[in-house]
Design a binder for this molecule. Sequence first.
Ligand code: RM4
Ligand code: MN
Ligand code: MN
Length: 411
Amino acid sequence: MAQDEHMQKQQYQALGADLEHRGIDVAAVSEALKAQRIETPSWGYGNSGTRFGVFPQPGAARDVHERLADAAQVHKATGVCPSVALHIPWDLVDDFAALSQEAAGLGVEIGAINPNVFQSETYKFGSFGNRDAKVRQQALDHMQQCAEIMGLTGSKIMSLWFADGTNYAGQADIRQRKQWFEECLQATHGMLPEDGRMLVEYKFFEPAFYHTDIGDWGMALHFARAAGPRAEVLVDLGHHAPGTNIEHIVAFLMDEGKLGGFHFNNRKYADDDLTTGSVNPYEVFLIYCEILNAETAGKGADIAYMIDQSHIVKPKIEAMIQSVLNIQRAYARALLVDRKALAQAQAEGDTVGAEEALKAAYETDVRPLLAQVRLELGAAADPLAAFRASGYLDRVAEERVGALEGAASWG
Ligand code: RM4
Ligand code: MN
Ligand code: MN
């Protein structure tokens, strides 16, 4: 161990010297990395699957209490994941104030509240877009319940995703549904606690395959504006058509002051919910570059960085830690971009030089810097190794009897 620590120190010093030489303020970069926050989702810790099957894992969390405990392990190892998003009713309990206390005891807090108006039979033809006013009201009642849960848990964010849409041409009046969405989102805005805000997520297909009521970021932006001042857009990385330039969307929304948050994950084909940065780590880096560009221009925003993943073949806690590490790496590298060199290359029409300014940062091995940041945060220099060495998974695999049954599945 002492040997490892010694190596880590040496690597950090070498990297630090290189960065200073490149004119980078290492102390400022470290501070920014220490302030980074990434929220993990309760639903990433339980058994889940695809519509073809569910492969239960030994020790997978069986209820919200165990999901919080697992999330606390991710925070302990990484030092940057102090909050946990809840999905209602998957995480419904009788006493949310007590749940909040329980979370605090574990060293974490309740983050975004995610209403669920897509699973019950009633919502077969939609929630806010349903032609039946009684169903729309039922969805609104659920929003009210979620707003109350925000009050009880101190959550500041209601995170909204709708499965609403149609499967066949002619199935419904799309224009009419848009208006119902506007009305219902406005009503939901009125339910928010005083210090709360709402995020509107979009997705271009699935489970509806002909049209989805909030199909892209432009529609989400429209609906956020229609809902009220405390509504913003949520960008889920997996919710775009293949090839979409997500960093462009990020830049656009930040300039409009309407980027509220992210659901980090990665995809190869559809809404795959794979480990963030596993398929395309460069994309995550470019997203952070756009965020930093907007921040530098005085267009910074209070962005909720959340993970939305469902781990099917990987052990869940390890997969979550991996995601956090990938996100940290992307941010760290973006912080190393020589913005002056980039601006100069842009001004001179030097396309190669501009791209090279990004690549120089992207190709830097930031692992020693992040290890140092984690040590300073009181977390583990190597979170994955530390978690594996902790024996936590073996322990819960023994304790959590029945974890191999009762699997849930969603799309
Ligand atoms: C959706 C969307 C939502 C998530 C559900 C489980 O595809 O990404 O954010 O809450 O899945
Ligand atoms: Mn999502
Ligand atoms: Mn999704």
